[in-house]
Design a protein around this ligand. Structure first.
Ligand SMILES: [Zn+2]
Ligand SMILES: [Zn+2]
Length: 268
């Protein structure tokens, strides 16, 4: 936000400096702090280069001259706004490690072919059972229609985080995973099912775009969750929760749910 061709209330306010602009959503996760900390990206946004420059811990160390603390990327699905950032990582020497389902890998075959001329991609499968990601962090996938969510477990503290930025419905597995998580980052793309129709009359509904809306959907689900922190992420520029003082934002805040913003740091 702002989106280049959008003049909705949020985009207009962001252009006027009335609310903070936001880059497209990407999350970085790391198991422990320290000098040689490595990071995994959950989805690679088209704004990734800018996000790395704003986040010192994602930047290369001074020696050797080419290096990165980014160990690889975990994809929730094949959406273009989750995959375009992979192009920006093409200059590395080793193949780029990408965890994804077979369905996502097949859908990104075009990108695989382009990157083969640069570093290439080392595809890895994600399991529905916990697998070690590196050192003291474990990862498992929760399968959803058209996407996956990820659950991370810090093996030192035993705490878990659920990261679900693309959710079309709350399945039994997702509900169980959220019950067992200390922190939840959840799909906050749209407030209502027909939100996009206000800016583009022929737009598809949230449901048709595989997103469960907040109103009448995830708000009640998250309100009942006992997780220590619940945070909406992957918020579309049209969503009224991005505007301070709106009735919709107030409802989210009163439900004990936070609204992610660029640079938000969460300690599990
Ligand atoms: Zn907009
Ligand atoms: Zn997306």
């Amino acid at each position: 936000m702002p989106q280049w061709n959008c003049a909705c209330a949020n985009c207009a306010a962001a252009r006027k400096g009335k609310i903070e602009p936001e880059t497209q959503s990407s999350i970085a996760i790391s198991a422990h702090s320290g000098e040689f900390q490595s990071w995994w990206l959950i989805n690679a946004s088209p704004d990734l280069a800018r996000q790395i420059e704003r986040t010192p811990s994602l930047q290369p160390r001074s020696d050797p001259s080419r290096n990165s603390p980014i160990a690889g990327v975990l994809l929730t699905n094949a959406d273009i706004d989750h995959a375009l950032g992979l192009f920006l990582l093409r200059q590395q020497e080793k193949p780029l490690v990408v965890y994804a389902t077979d369905e996502t890998r097949v859908a990104l075959e075009w990108l695989d072919r382009v990157l083969a001329r640069f570093c290439g991609i080392e595809w890895r499968k994600i399991n529905i059972d916990f697998q070690t990601l590196n050192g003291c962090m474990a990862l498992r996938a929760i399968e959803l229609p058209h996407s996956v969510a990820f659950q991370f477990r810090d093996d030192t503290s035993g705490r878990s985080a659920l990261v679900a930025p693309a959710v079309s419905e709350v399945t039994r597995e997702l509900s169980d995973a959220s019950d067992a998580s200390d922190v939840i980052l959840f799909d906050g793309t749209f407030w209502s099912d027909h939100e996009l129709a206000t800016v583009r009359p022929d737009a598809r509904s949230a449901r048709e775009m595989n997103h469960l809306s907040i109103s009448g959907g995830s708000l009640d689900f998250l309100r009942q969750s006992s997780a220590r922190r619940k945070i909406y992420t992957h918020i579309n520029n049209t969503n009224p929760i991005l505007m301070p003082g709106t009735r919709e934002r107030t409802q989210v805040e009163q439900a004990g749910i936070e609204i992610a913003r660029d640079g938000l740091e969460i300690v599990l």
